[in-house]
Write a protein that binds this ligand. Sequence first.
Ligand code: NZQ
Ligand code: ZN
Length: 384
Amino acid sequence: MQNFTYHNPTRILFGAGQIGSLRREVPQGVRILLTYGGGSIKANGVYDQVKKALAGFDLLEFGGIEPNPTFEYLMKGVELARQEKVEFLLAVGGGSVVDGTKFMAAAVPYQGNEWDLVGRHIAPRSALPLGAVLTLPATGTESNGNAVVTRAATREKIAFSSPLLFPRFSILDPETTFTLSSRQVANGVVDAFVHTLEQYLTYPADAPLQDRFAESILRTLIEEGPRTLADPTDYNARANVMWCATQALNGLIGAGVPHDWATHAIGHELTAFHGLDHAQTLAIVLPNLLWVQRTPKREKLVQYAERVWEIRQGTEAVRLEKGIIATRAFFEAMGNPTHLSAYAVGEERFPEIAERLEARKALPLGERKDITREKVLEILALAR
Ligand code: NZQ
Ligand code: ZN
């Protein structure tokens, strides 16, 4: 096992009715900025619940944060927060709202070009404190220090992180997710599944506990994903998926083991160029990446096929391939196509994606740094 430091400071308040606890969680006597997205929280009553819980608090609002939040729009919120001397940010919504709010938290006190926090990965020295009410289980942002922001002007989508950006608390009420479309539910399950694989499907690190944590998340998502899709108001299915998504990217399963993240890096480019949902890109890239990387990932792929999909018959090569086929079939069954042909993405884009990654010095990718420009092109070609 590799050395690691593990510290997750986010307080999780999980379950129906927990929005009422907001009063106790936000600091008293400070000006709060409530941030949200395109209006789903107004349509499903979450906004009303939050306002009720915080009646009497000094509360301002900044709505309209887009899916795949943009630097340009978030800067309006940064200016508002500076002008109004906001001291606490409360994000209410999905991963985009929480990520966008994390950017604002770092940008408000930052003196300099705020894009540098993202584009040049300048570590913020301070940040406003933030809390979250999560309405879409997927990203794990409710309990990590990461955020992904897009610069619309240049179509760059970039992840950054800081220990200062962990939410102080996150409220996870599965009932808030009942109004999600099946597309967003599928996206959430696939995103959490791929987060787990990016930290598990690498090479053996003699870390059996992390492996079994990861396998438990994967098996639970395989069971609960279709259940939650079939009945949007099945509270326990929603609760199980929600807790899986948090556990998939809160640092626990990734402690002391190698990470991949190549699927995410390639996927972010597809979103930046073509506007595909984050998890739609992952469903397309991952199965093809696993196939291209089947030799360096052989040992973990065989373990994955056996322990997650119960594939025990045939040679190693057969079992490994069956595991990849089962993964693809799971994404498709959840409603996420695994080929680019389902979207309007032409082959002419592939070299541009590889060049982008190269220009950003992101290549070679992967846990062994062996996903070169040529392999990126091979993965995209297979994904056609
Ligand atoms: O904007 P509103 O009106 O709120 O609608 C949203 C949005 O249109 C809607 N929605 C959210 N909760 C809902 C709801 N609709 C009905 N009922 C509800 N309860 O869903 C749509 C998508 O929301 P979004 O927040 O964009 O989705 P998600 O949570 O999947 O977040 C995706 C973003 O997170 C980033 C992605 O790259 C993408 O930008 N990621 C962040 C990570 C992190 N911080 O650790 C890791 C991930 O790998 C990922 O990259
Ligand atoms: Zn993701």
